[in-house]
Ligand binder design. Structure first.
Ligand code: SAM
Length: 272
């Protein structure tokens, strides 16, 4: 009989590292529904980041052409040798994905989709890396704690909306495609999770991405201040000039940054 994942982890003497967000998924139905929700299929190459004990890796590998799985914790090697045995389309790279040189990596990989189940402190830099440094990533499905998922997909004017949401709009659209209760993880975390699917569709029109980023960060630098005040402080504008630009863009002088849509940030950055 096939050994269960908990037995393999115990036999390999594996010790969970909380700081690496090591909460694994073992339920086969859930694993295949996560792969289905991420939309990867057929001839796709999938880059999985944080393969853990390889349960999601195996579910992905059964559906696509090629899997490149990154895992930062080398002590998972004996576990993965068992859980991924016999999968000829899968290779494991024991490396921190955040340190990968993207142009070099993408020259070898070609177009690919990313699937990841990661702790929050890795998710934001990962999203930014794919938005800013990647040319060949066509989509990303990432499992994060539910509250973070709500923030990533928030609309302008809501309390969850922040700089990360406006930055995502530079390249992608995203939506929550699946909710996963905490009871489905081993060991069980303190929060529920959700899968967010990003489609890299070219994003909104932006003339100068560096300036857009600066405007977004200025707008959210102090959420309690008006956008006018944040622009004066971050761009060294006179108050009169800041007001003139906001009026030109049709933005209320009392507006706060969090009420602006990504398209409005783009128009504003063109005027600055
Ligand atoms: N994919 C598995 C699953 O769904 O059961 C494991 C998910 S577990 C939440 C996250 C995994 O990501 C851990 O095994 C951790 O060691 C790994 N990890 C954390 N940071 C990483 C990074 N920067 N690069 C690669 N792997 C990382």
């Amino acid at each position: 009989m096939e050994k269960d994942i908990k037995t393999i982890l115990t036999e390999c003497g594996f010790g969970f590292k909380k700081q690496l967000g090591q909460n694994f998924i073992t339920d086969k139905n859930l694993l295949s529904s996560i792969v289905a929700a991420s939309g990867v299929d057929g001839g796709d190459t999938v880059v999985e980041i944080g393969c853990g004990a390889g349960t999601l890796t195996r579910a992905i590998a059964q559906r696509v052409k090629r899997v490149i799985a990154f895992e930062v914790d080398k002590t998972l090697q004996p576990v993965l040798a068992q859980t991924l045995s016999g999968l000829e389309n899968t290779e494991v790279v024991f490396r921190d994905f955040l340190k990968v040189n993207m142009p070099e990596f993408e020259r070898e990989t070609g177009e690919y989709f990313v699937v990841a189940n990661l702790p929050y402190y890795v998710t934001t830099p990962l999203i930014m890396k794919l938005i800013e440094d990647s040319d060949k990533c066509k989509g990303l499905s990432v499992m994060v704690q539910e509250e973070v998922a709500e923030r990533l997909c928030a609309s302008a004017g809501t309390p969850e909306y922040g700089a990360i949401t406006a930055m995502i709009a530079l390249k992608a659209e995203c939506k929550i495609v699946k909710r996963v209760p905490r009871t489905m993880f081993y060991p069980r975390p303190n929060v529920d999770s959700a899968v967010v699917k990003f489609t890299f569709n070219g994003g909104i029109e932006v003339t100068d991405k560096a300036k857009y980023k600066k405007v977004v960060h200025a707008a959210f630098s102090s959420r309690r201040k008006t956008l006018e005040n944040n622009l004066v402080n971050s761009f060294g504008l006179t108050r009169a000039r800041a007001q003139e630009i906001l009026t030109d863009c049709g933005i209320d002088l009392k507006a706060r940054g969090e009420t602006l849509t990504p398209e409005q940030f783009s128009r504003l950055s063109d005027k600055l």
